[in-house]
Write a protein that binds this ligand. Structure first.
Ligand SMILES: Cc1cc2nc3c(=O)[nH]c(=O)nc-3n(C[C@H](O)[C@H](O)[C@H](O)COP(=O)(O)OP(=O)(O)OC[C@H]3O[C@@H](n4cnc5c(N)ncnc54)[C@H](O)[C@@H]3O)c2cc1C
Length: 591
């Protein structure tokens, strides 16, 4: 079975040449992110991912987490790996030094996160949710709550969860029923939550649940939801874990994938909870956590795609079948066949495009917090808001497509568990569902991010993409990229006009998912075009150190334009003309 190797070369290229690590490192507080430090971090994280997490991925999937009498045991090796994760300080990378964080840019932490996820997605979910919880607490918690919980969570000694979903409240959180009754200086939380990732486990000494609940006199709907911290163990006066709180794990789910990640049914019986921020503003706070988690789930799409690609590539170089179409002769490795190459290029080019987009959004996160000018901060935040549903929706849908191609490259062996290709497809399948399904992301993109502001940010981004045209026009070998990018951005522009003008929400939302795909494909094409231009510059200067890498980058960008970006005009037609077909049948006619 092929081992995971962090794609350090591409990561460095994207960090430095596309996402602008150099500029990020100039922001106040990020001075430590020097090229040498970042290189050392990437090397070490790569080692941790391939030597510690990757070897547990397949066994963790086979063994799964196990529930017994309210306790959950993670698969063999997970505890030890988690200890190493804590000792390595990996969870502390992007957080402020005041609570023990390392104060590094989100951009750098994103590359590390990709490695942890690619090597073992089930393991990485525990840190993912912890980071989302830390983020919400950092921004909305009182000083006392921060003091009690943040240091331990940033260090990784305690983990975090996100308790939103209830049996009757999934995409529609207005239906949350869990109750919170005031009891002196705290609240008593009662109710049931389902599908809670790492709601119970044996990796850490305490679990800090962030729980959505309603106070008795709260208004109906989303305006009556509050956010609470409910620790598994209540804290003693000295701040260490003491008595068991009334938050218990009733069972864990049997799932299609991510078997090692326990997905818990949580029962809260008058559990002691502490209000985060103000009553009835819980959903707004939860959105902070969700944005961070949505970005991370988008990154899961990138990571799984990378892992599936590496596995398929290794197999394609080994598996002997058929003869070379031109040379004939002996049986050759399947990588020689054009169709296998087509599949590998689809995997490689889309993975690189997704990585470049995700890292650019991560850089924008750094600028949105640390830029000295408030205008700059606002501009970057608007770009993030526009792109979060795209990173989440497009990268996860494409991650599944890439993982499925990985199975196809393996032929029959892809369908057999021993090769590991099937696990990637099974694991990837959840990514388009949790943290808001693709449909919900697409509605967010069309409704809140475009229609509500008359397409302002989208139009600014379109103008930015169009600026590349002049530069592309000067390179004779980039003309197919130029043409497909120009058609693609025109397609986005037409759709934005359509969305802004459309008064019937059914018509606008009928094409929301195709529009999200279009946005993703074009945003990926934008990044690949930038990558091709930068690579061209390197190749034309003597300092160019890795000719093969830059030539491959241009060829990959060109492939992306001819095979992926080229789909944009068709998607435009679906968005603009397809609504009638979506809504045509009556419910009875769906037979
Ligand atoms: C493995 C796993 C881990 C999870 N981890 C967590 C966790 O840690 N914390 C947590 O709180 N939750 C978690 N979830 C829950 C997850 O976030 C929800 O499953 C998800 O939000 C979808 O909700 P639902 O399952 O109720 O589906 P539903 O909301 O019932 O959706 C069913 C279908 O209807 C569509 N749909 C629903 N409403 C609309 C609408 N208004 N417009 C258009 N289409 C719509 C959806 O897109 C979907 O295709 C997890 C789930 C799983 C399976």
């Amino acid at each position: 079975m092929s081992a995971y190797a962090a794609p350090l070369k591409d990561m460095r290229f994207v960090l430095n040449e596309l996402a602008g690590l150099g500029e990020v490192a100039k922001l106040p507080g990020y001075e430590d992110a020097t090229p040498d430090t970042v290189d050392a971090i990437l090397e070490e994280a790569g080692k941790f991912a391939s030597e510690v997490l990757d070897p547990l991925n397949y066994s963790g999937d086979q063994e799964g987490s196990v529930w017994k009498d309210g306790a959950v045991t993670t698969p063999k090796g997970f505890k030890q790996a988690y200890r190493q994760y804590v000792e390595g300080g990996w969870g502390a990378l992007p957080f402020g030094p005041e609570w023990g964080g390392q104060g590094l840019p989100k951009l750098v932490a994103t590359a590390v996160e990709e490695m942890l996820t690619a090597s073992n997605m089930s393991f990485s979910l525990c840190p993912l949710l912890t980071q989302g919880a830390i983020h919400a607490l950092e921004l909305c918690g009182t000083e006392a709550l921060k003091k009690a919980f943040l240091g331990k969570m940033i260090a990784g000694a305690w983990t975090g969860t996100m308790n939103l979903t209830e049996p009757q409240a999934g995409s529609d959180l207005a239906l949350v029923r869990t109750r919170a009754e005031r009891n002196g200086d705290h609240y008593l939380i009662s109710g049931q939550k389902i599908f809670i990732t790492y709601g119970e486990h044996d990796l850490a000494e305490n679990i800090v649940h962030l729980v959505l609940a309603r106070t008795p006199d709260a208004p109906e709907g989303v305006k009556g939801i509050s956010l609470f911290i409910v620790p598994k163990f209540l804290l003693k006066a000295d701040g260490t874990p003491g008595a068991r709180n009334g938050a218990k794990c009733a069972s864990i789910e049997h799932k299609l994938g991510i078997h090692a990640s326990p997905t818990a049914v949580m029962v809260f019986e008058k559990a002691e909870g502490y209000l985060v921020g103000e009553e009835n503003k819980g959903l707004a706070y939860m959105f902070i956590m969700m944005n961070s988690a949505r970005f991370s789930v988008g990154l899961e799409g990138v990571a799984i795609a990378e892992r599936a690609f590496q596995r398929a590539l290794a197999y394609a170089k080994e598996r002997l079948q058929g003869r070379d179409l031109v040379e004939g002769g002996k049986t050759v490795p399947i990588i020689r066949h054009p169709d296998v190459r087509r599949m590998l290029m689809l995997m490689k080019s889309q993975t690189e495009a997704m990585r470049a987009l995700a890292y650019s959004v991560a850089a924008a996160m750094d600028f949105s917090v640390k830029s000295s000018s408030s205008e700059e901060r606002k501009k970057h935040q608007a770009f993030i808001d526009l792109m979060i549903p795209v990173v989440k929706g497009w990268s996860t849908e494409t991650g599944i497509e890439v993982a499925s191609l990985g199975v196809q490259v393996h032929g029959g062996m892809g369908f057999i568990e021993e090769t590991g290709a099937a696990q990637h497809l099974r694991d990837a399948r959840i990514t388009t569902i949790y943290e808001g399904t693709t449909g919900i992301q697409a509605m967010d993109l069309v409704g809140r991010k475009i229609a509500r502001e008359g397409g302002l940010t989208a139009k600014a981004w379109i103008a930015e993409v169009k600026k590349l045209d002049a530069e592309l026009s000067r390179s004779s070998n980039l003309q197919s990229i130029r043409k497909n990018l120009s058609d693609g951005v025109q397609a986005v522009s037409d759709c934005v006009e359509f969305i802004v003008a459309e008064k019937n929400p059914n018509a606008a939302f009928a094409g929301a998912v195709p529009f999200l795909r279009l946005m993703g494909i074009v945003a990926g094409g934008w990044q690949m075009a930038r990558a091709a231009l930068v690579s061209g510059k390197h190749l034309s200067t003597k300092e160019s150190i890795d000719k093969s890498f830059f030539e491959a980058k241009i060829a990959t960008a060109r492939f992306y334009a001819d095979h992926v970006l080229v789909q944009a005009p068709g998607l435009r037609n679906t968005v603009v003309n397809g609504a009638a077909g979506v809504m045509a049948l009556s419910e009875e006619q769906f037979t």
